[in-house]
Design a protein around this ligand. Structure first.
Ligand SMILES: NC(=O)c1ccc[n+]([C@@H]2O[C@H](COP(=O)([O-])OP(=O)(O)OC[C@H]3O[C@@H](n4cnc5c(N)ncnc54)[C@H](OP(=O)(O)O)[C@@H]3O)[C@@H](O)[C@H]2O)c1
Length: 329
């Protein structure tokens, strides 16, 4: 029997940026045993999506062409695989689509049950769609890499969040403030009041000399840095770190990998930790619950209908989003 078709956005080769995105019709996928089929209401883009198009993970990703990009989606469950226990048709959910299968920028997408979380009706799909990659990265950096207890019970720590106005950074500031922390943040001048409104105690403009040097205005040394910007050498971090200070680099370059190895080999107390997101459904549920409790919010930079996906793609490549860029269906 012929499969029903859905609208999707895909690209056929590496490179080409937003101009290479094609609007197509492809068959609606079917869920396997441990998967759910979701009808999308919203999706969000992350720099990862266009970096894959730029060959960042060649030859691993994309697994083949044509490729439907984007991992972060929210919508309604249409169908579940035989082994799925937690979800049923009609449930509102948010999920992380595996980049190894692709498929997020389409009317329907497949997500593993273990990478899906329930979404209460009072939280919009757009707000939830921002959470998977950016929210989970901020959470993993704070709770796993640094050991911040988000119930506020841990010892007090001074944290620096760089690029605090971006997708990951804006969640990182809010989550850090749930712990027992003093947060210094960097962003551009236009976003200083915005980042303060997220809870940051001190904010520095990254284009000033103190900002470029990552100096805390109050002279605090950082116990940990959630580094969401790029292109900052270890020599800039080093004088700003406390004795056991750690830099969690979420965009590790070859030079930061060298620093990581060197600091390990020399038993340095100051360390650089490269982070690669390992998404988990239970962590995603934790973030959705924080949103429901009013403790975390998604700030939306801009929304694009799926028919204008290339405009949102170009906006993300431009690198100046404040919060998350969302696609709506
Ligand atoms: N390791 C992982 O698993 C993982 C997961 C998620 C993200 N990442 C990586 O993390 C990085 C951040 O992702 P994102 O989604 O947060 O990006 P994003 O939303 O595109 O970040 C844009 C924001 O960063 C600000 N910014 C840029 N350079 C800055 C600097 N030097 N200092 C301060 N602010 C700066 C921009 O402010 P202006 O407009 O004022 O310039 C803008 O508000 C990306 O490289 C991404 O690939 C890695």
């Amino acid at each position: 029997m012929e499969k029903k078709l859905m609208r999707a956005v895909q690209y056929n080769a590496y490179g080409g940026g937003s101009n290479a995105l094609k609007h197509v019709e492809v068959p609606i996928p079917s869920p396997s045993k441990d998967e759910v089929l979701i009808k999308l209401e919203a999706a969000s883009i992350n720099p990862f999506d266009w970096k894959v198009q730029k060959r960042m993970l060649w030859p691993i990703l994309p697994p083949k062409f044509p490729y439907i990009p984007c991992t972060d989606i929210a919508g309604e469950v249409m169908e579940v695989g035989k082994g799925v226990k937690k979800f049923k048709a009609g449930d509102k959910v948010v999920g992380f689509v595996s980049p190894f299968s692709g498929g997020g920028l389409a009317e329907f997408a497949i997500v593993k049950e273990c990478l899906t979380a329930s979404r209460p009706p009072e939280i919009t799909a757009s707000e939830c769609a921002g959470l998977p990659v950016a929210g989970l990265t901020a959470l993993q950096a704070l709770s796993q890499s640094i050991g911040i207890k988000l119930d506020g019970s841990g010892e007090r720590k001074n944290i620096l969040v760089t690029a605090a106005s971006g997708g990951v950074g804006h969640y990182a500031v809010q989550l850090a403030k749930l712990g027992n922390t003093h947060v210094t943040a960097t962003c551009g001048a236009r976003n200083i009041e915005f980042v303060k409104s997220l809870g940051a105690d001190e904010v520095i403009d990254y284009k000033t000399s103190d900002g470029a040097a990552l100096k805390s205005p109050s002279g605090k040394k950082y116990d940990a840095v959630i580094h969401c910007a790029v292109g900052v050498p270890w020599s800039t971090f080093e004088p700003n770190l406390s004795t056991n200070g750690k830099v969690v680099d979420i965009t590790p370059s070859s030079s930061s990998m060298m620093t990581f190895a060197l600091k390990k080999l020399t038993f340095s107390r100051k360390q650089l930790v490269p982070l690669l997101l390992v998404p988990k459904g239970k962590d995603l549920q934790y973030l959705v619950d924080l949103v429901k409790q009013g403790k975390l919010r998604t700030v939306i930079d801009s929304k694009y209908p799926i028919t204008k996906a290339e405009d949102g793609w170009a906006k993300s490549i431009d690198g100046h989003a404040t919060g998350k860029i969302i696609f709506e269906f």
